[in-house]
Design a protein around this ligand. Structure first.
Ligand SMILES: [Zn+2]
Length: 95
């Protein structure tokens, strides 16, 4: 069942309630002051997936639209770092 947001006219914080889509009221009683709070209209959470496949699709789509900014090319800093730390490898012939 979807979650609906309500706003109290008395200035209380917005609250949410769960109703079936067929039975959602336009107003609900505020849990703090029992005043009739109006239902808010917001964006549905269509792009938020809970399964691993949907999360992967969301991350892929987000990385395509907003790719990470890199400071250097991948692997550019590996030339000066030794490949191995084993001292026996120093005796091997160099290319
Ligand atoms: Zn209230």
């Amino acid at each position: 069942m979807p979650t609906y947001q309500f706003r109290c006219p008395g200035g209380c914080p917005d609250f949410s309630a769960i109703y079936p889509m067929a039975d959602v009221p336009g107003q609900d009683a505020c849990p703090r002051c029992a005043a009739p709070a109006r239902r808010l209209f917001g964006a549905p959470a269509l792009g938020v997936g809970r399964t691993a496949a949907m999360q992967l699709q969301d991350r892929t789509r987000a990385s395509a639209e907003h790719p990470d900014v890199v400071q250097r090319l991948p692997g550019a800093g590996r030339r000066n770092t030794p490949v191995t730390t084993n001292p026996l490898h120093r005796r091997l012939p160099r290319p």
